[in-house]
Design a protein around this ligand. Structure first.
Ligand code: SAM
Ligand code: SF4
Length: 459
């Protein structure tokens, strides 16, 4: 969570914590790069920092509460280190700009997700005793020219942000308000970043966006236009040893062209995160997801047909406004239908300013939302276990990410389907190697196995 390697030089230091989605973690790496250019070094020790930053998430009320708690912790650091500045970045900055500065006096700087280039200027303003604030959203900013500083990196896997914002307006979601309009990044800057990462020894990149399937970039010089399937192919051609993942796919936008591109390349991982949110068409319409259950099922069938090896995962929200018990059971049956390898599951949390907050009553009691959530989790765990058990005896190619959390005599890595695999180390292996592992044990979250032979050796 915190910043990269501490520097020994007598430079000013910043400490950064990130919350929320992968996009936020990726943004913190952009921020680290901008601050590096401005002469700051990262530190993991917040007491050593003259600048303490928190990259925030607004997606659910609980996420905001967590950030508030951390801000109170930072107040203690400020008392011990007078002159240290505290900055709030990201989605909460945009949502709570005035409140953060006026009511929670310990915040000196508030910077929205499109204003990170302004950070050095805002730090100078705050150093002079004024409040530094910029939460302006942009229609153009993609930070395409910024080379992110990899924070807390394992040296094997990295995120690449390919687009920003979202135009979808799902009725429950605050993202379009906090992160602004959708815009796609220059495809060749994405490609260059992937190439550089590979040259530095990275073996897996995850292309990030709120809705990657609507990626669309037109080259201003040639007029050439590149869609997501084409971008995938460009990045996959960097090297067969560089794995490609992506997130998130929107069920309304994922095309057969993307699925066929995935099928063509061994190094595009056979894993799709395809959030359903609900299994009921009336609820989906209220959520403004713009697809219904039949459409979603058809997309799952297309994945099964074109990519029989592909794992699918999902997001679900329980207890959305007016959801009945029967409609809730449609979510359970969709999990059974799609046989997800995993899901992120949440109970509905009303977010101020969203379409749902303005139009619908948040009328499902908290206890009911939580009970439905427990039921969704129960079905998902059962399906995940069954899906993992079907891998028993199979051999899969796993990329070593590092030591297993439990034992340094075991490796931890993921297979193409994004399943976590643990297996005993063999001499001569290192993070970044691909290893063939035969699966011998399965739980709902993890596979265990033994290495059978090396697929590719590390470069
Ligand atoms: N863009 C992605 C998509 O369309 O699926 C998801 C982005 S959002 C950061 C991640 C997940 O948070 C959503 O898929 C949804 O399940 C959940 N979420 C968003 N707003 C929520 C809310 N108000 N209450 C509960 N969960 C919410
Ligand atoms: Fe939110 Fe919907 Fe956009 Fe995802 S697609 S970020 S859920 S508005």
């Amino acid at each position: 969570m915190a910043g990269a390697i501490d520097s020994n030089l007598d430079q000013p230091k910043f400490y950064i914590e990130s919350y929320g989605c992968q996009m936020n973690f990726s943004d913190s790496e952009i921020v680290a790069s901008i601050l590096g250019e401005a002469g700051y070094a990262a530190t993991r020790d917040m007491y050593a920092a003259s600048l303490i930053l928190i990259n925030t998430c607004s997606i659910r009320e609980k996420a905001e509460d967590t950030v508030r708690k951390r801000l109170r912790e930072f107040a203690k650091v400020k008392r011990k280190r007078p002159g240290a500045l505290v900055g709030v970045l990201g989605c909460m900055a945009e949502r709570l700009k005035v409140k953060l500065l006026e009511q929670e006096k310990l915040v000196d700087i508030v910077v929205g997700p499109d204003a990170y280039r302004d950070l050095p200027k805002l730090i100078a303003t705050a150093d002079d005793g004024s409040r530094g604030i910029n939460v302006q959203l942009s229609r153009e900013e993609t930070y395409a020219d910024i080379n992110p500083v990899r924070l807390d990196s394992n040296g094997v896997t990295a995120f690449i942000s390919i687009m920003r914002g979202c135009d979808n307006m799902c009725s429950f979601c605050v993202v379009p308000f906090t992160r602004g309009r959708e815009r796609s990044r220059d495809a060749y800057s994405v490609l260059a970043e992937a190439q550089q990462l590979f040259e530095r020894g990275y073996k897996e990149v995850t292309l990030l966006g709120q809705n990657v399937d609507s990626y669309s970039w037109a080259n201003p010089e040639t007029g050439e236009s590149i869609n997501f399937a084409q971008l995938l192919a460009l990045v996959a051609d960097v090297d067969p040893q560089l794995r490609i993942r992506f997130s998130t796919s929107h069920p309304k936008d994922i095309t057969d062209e993307v699925l066929h591109t995935m099928a063509r390349y061994h190094n595009i991982c056979k894993y799709i995160h395809l959030p359903a949110q609900s299994g009921n068409s009336r609820v989906l319409a209220l959520m403004n997801r713009t697809y219904d259950r039949a459409w979603y099922e058809e997309r799952v069938e297309a994945i099964r047909r074109i990519l029989p090896e592909c794992a699918i995962s999902s997001d679900f929200i329980t207890g959305f406004c007016s959801e009945t018990e029967e409609e809730h059971r449609d979510s359970l049956s969709l999990i059974e239908f799609a046989r997800y390898s995993m899901s992120y599951m949440f109970f509905y949390s009303e977010r101020p300013g969203t379409l749902a907050a303005r139009k619908y009553e948040d009328d499902i009691p908290l206890a009911t939302k939580k009970r439905r959530l427990a039921e969704v989790i129960e079905v998902q765990s059962r399906i995940a276990l069954a899906e993992n058990e079907s891998d028993l005896g199979r051999v899969c190619e796993v990329l070593i990410e590092g030591d297993s959390k439990r034992s340094d005599t075991d490796w931890r890595g993921r297979n193409s389907q994004n399943k976590m695999v643990i297996w005993p180390k063999r001499p001569g292996e290192a993070p970044g190697d691909y290893v063939n592992v035969r699966i011998t044990e399965a739980s709902s979250a993890t596979l265990k196995g033994v290495a059978v032979e090396s697929a590719f050796a590390a470069a």
